[in-house]
Design a protein around this ligand. Structure first.
Ligand SMILES: [Zn+2]
Length: 490
């Protein structure tokens, strides 16, 4: 008993004191201890309502946690709120009002795990989480709800039950701070830089004048605190979302209704396709915000610091290839190519594969890529289809792909290809012989590079294949380095 009391004393009194004394290291502690709190049952972006319902059920009857059932979605899926803390300052967070924006939902469960065993901060604040406000959209991993409404344009009309739930909770709690948690396209960057906007913030405007009152100013100050911490981990990868007033949106209206509202947009990060690192950054920045609200340290931040965060821009590709030279109809061209990966989902929206597509051609000197390749000095050819036709897929799996790529082949034809297979993990495309259509007898041949197509590019130097670009991924043939996540069946 005595040792328990001692442990409690250490946790409740000494630890916070230590942390207060070394404010610099709070984020370091959070960052380094994250794995202890990470909710392991959520491990990619396409989890469903059923999974988070189990998690919410597991929190029921836990000391210091209240679960409230708020209502249900159009299709009858429950929407619940998790509340913790005894402090006076009320904080409301809601995630995934857009069904395909799940990063913060997972982070919420990490944060709840953290708060369960780190309660000192909860003496000053009371936090309420609504994870997955749009469970019907999440089921299909799509933005809108089951009747096709964008909940974030329904704050005034309140036609969707999901919107009415959020409005009712806001009105009943009347929180001091609100966190509106979204994902943005991974193709956003911090303006005029080659850095992706991994996290973007906004203190939304509450009127078309974009006035700054105390409510909005406090949201800006908390954002400054979060940005300061994030810069230590993702320098230059934080941006500020456009603050054009959107009269129908929740963030703008909740700001107007007197809650200091903060939009957090989870964007893209290098080598983080399932956004697990960005989820950790949500954990870090939201707990940083809680700490700054609890200690009122945010009041020392200035609006100039907020305004110095670079604006969002949208100038990123998955792959940017510069200085690609080719000839067409007897003319020589030099262009840059921007390639993006679409995610093509399976029927139950639980898995996907990548389909690379050329989305821009020309002078892309002010655009950037997650991966960049300078084709200057290389001879470029379109990948060839091997003349031999294989009878089945099993034969394909046995091929020496690097050797075929080094001969300039990017595709193999297969006679009896199972129709359900649309992609493979192998670094070479498949031509399903059944799908071959005889091209129309055009009088003018097509350009080797076309918009919205999935190109296979071979880059050679002095007759030797150095790179093969298959489905928008690079295979460094000379080095034997394969960065191809999947190729496709055409
Ligand atoms: Zn959104």
């Amino acid at each position: 008993m005595q040792s328990l009391t001692m442990i409690k004393y250490l946790l409740l009194v000494l630890l916070p004191l230590t942390l207060m004394g070394q404010r610099q290291s709070i984020d370091k502690d959070l960052f380094e201890s994250y794995e202890l709190y990470k909710e392991e049952s959520l491990f990619n972006r396409r989890f469903k309502h059923e999974q988070i319902s189990l998690l919410i059920d597991s929190l029921r009857n836990q000391k210091g946690i209240e679960i409230s059932r708020l209502g249900q979605s159009v299709q009858g899926r429950s929407i619940s709120m998790i509340s913790l803390g005894n402090g006076e300052t009320q904080i409301l967070l809601w995630s995934q009002m857009h069904g395909d924006e799940s990063t913060a939902t997972a982070a919420i469960f990490d944060i709840v795990n953290y708060l369960k065993s780190n309660r000192s901060i909860l003496e000053k604040i009371r936090v309420h989480f609504i994870p997955m406000l749009n469970p019907d959209g999440a089921e299909l991993f799509t933005r809108r709800n089951a009747i096709g409404i964008d909940i974030n344009r329904d704050a005034l009309n309140l036609q969707s039950p999901e919107s009415r739930i959020l409005k009712a909770v806001r009105d009943s709690i009347d929180p001091d701070f609100g966190f509106n948690l979204h994902d943005q396209s991974k193709f956003y960057n911090a303006r005029n830089t080659n850095k992706p906007a991994t996290i973007s913030f906004l203190a939304p405007a509450f009127n078309s004048n974009k006035d700054i009152n105390e409510t909005r100013g406090n949201a800006m100050r908390v954002i400054v605190k979060m940005n300061t911490v994030l810069q230590r981990y993702i320098r230059g990868q934080v941006a500020r979302y456009n603050d054009e007033f959107e009269p129908r949106a929740f963030g703008d209206n909740i700001q107007k209704w007197g809650t200091s509202t903060i939009l957090i947009e989870s964007g893209g990060q290098y080598k983080d396709p399932e956004k697990l690192e960005i989820r950790k950054l949500n954990f870090l920045s939201i707990l940083t915000a809680f700490e700054s609200i609890a200690s009122e340290s945010y009041t020392s931040a200035t609006l100039d610091q907020y305004l110095s965060i670079p604006m969002n821009d949208r100038k990123f590709f998955d792959l940017k290839i510069e200085n690609l030279r080719f000839s067409y109809l007897g003319q020589e061209f030099k262009v840059d190519l921007g390639i993006k990966h679409k995610e093509i989902e399976n029927k139950d929206h639980s898995e996907f594969y990548y389909l690379g597509e050329v989305t821009d051609i020309g002078d892309l000197s002010n655009y950037f890529g997650y991966t960049n390749l300078n084709a200057e000095g290389f001879d470029f050819k379109i990948g060839k289809t091997h003349p031999k036709i294989l009878s089945d897929f099993d034969q394909f799996k046995e091929l020496d792909f690097r050797s075929l790529l080094s001969q300039g082949y990017s595709a193999i034809s297969i006679e009896n290809m199972p129709p359900e297979i649309k992609f493979t993990p192998f670094p070479m495309n498949i031509i399903d012989v059944k799908n071959i259509r005889i091209p129309k007898n055009n009088t003018i041949p097509q350009s080797p590079i076309k918009l919205e197509e999935n190109p296979s590019l071979i880059l050679e130097k002095e007759g030797e294949v150095i790179y093969a670009i298959i489905n928008g991924f690079i295979y460094h043939v000379k080095k034997g380095e394969n960065l191809i996540k999947n190729a496709v069946v055409k």
